[in-house]
Design a protein around this ligand. Structure first.
Ligand code: ZNH
Length: 142
């Protein structure tokens, strides 16, 4: 679970990183589709799934905006992500194991963009936070 130190570290890092949220989301999603090609099956309705495609850029921003909202609602992630959990479970039918793959790529991209700020402490707190997001998104699957 996220303690007060984690929350402070996450908010602090996001204060800097949020200005590049759209890019981070787009690059993380684009990478996920390349590094874990099995994730592409969920996006078969997109004509172009390459990292630089319009679809990937646009959807990456959407995902990262949702992450940004979740950061402001860190104290109550299950509630904050209830609707999105419902959507992924019942409408999109995304296997929850995929959340880990996106989280991993978000961390890689954050580390790339902010090599100085992405200290081991930030890494640890962000990893915990993204795991908590994945847990909250998986809530409705049960
Ligand atoms: Zn997801 C969608 C978020 C993960 C798949 N997403 C979505 C959206 C959002 C999100 C916000 C939109 C919604 C509306 O529109 O309403 N996601 C998210 C997050 C995460 C995720 C936050 C984590 C972290 N997803 C994911 C994964 C996958 C997915 C991992 C797979 C692999 N999503 C998806 C899809 C969709 C979505 C398919 C739909 C798209 C379209 O529309 O086209």
């Amino acid at each position: 679970l996220l303690n007060d130190d984690d929350k402070a570290v996450i908010s602090g890092f996001w204060g800097k990183a949020s200005s590049r949220a759209a890019e981070i989301g787009a690059d993380a999603l684009g990478r996920m589709l390349v590094v874990y090609p099995q994730t592409k099956t969920y996006f078969d309705h997109w004509k172009d799934k390459s990292p630089s495609s319009h679809n990937v850029r646009k959807h990456g921003k959407k995902i990262m905006d949702a992450i940004g909202d979740a950061i402001t609602l860190m104290g109550d992630l299950n509630n904050a992500l209830l609707e999105l959990s419902q959507l992924h479970a019942f409408t999109l039918r995304v296997d929850p194991s995929n959340f880990k793959m996106l989280s991993h790529n978000i961390l890689v991209v954050m580390a790339n963009y902010f090599p100085d700020d992405f200290t081991p402490d930030v890494h640890l707190a962000m990893d915990k936070f993204l795991a908590a997001v994945a847990r909250a998104l998986s809530e409705r699957y049960r």
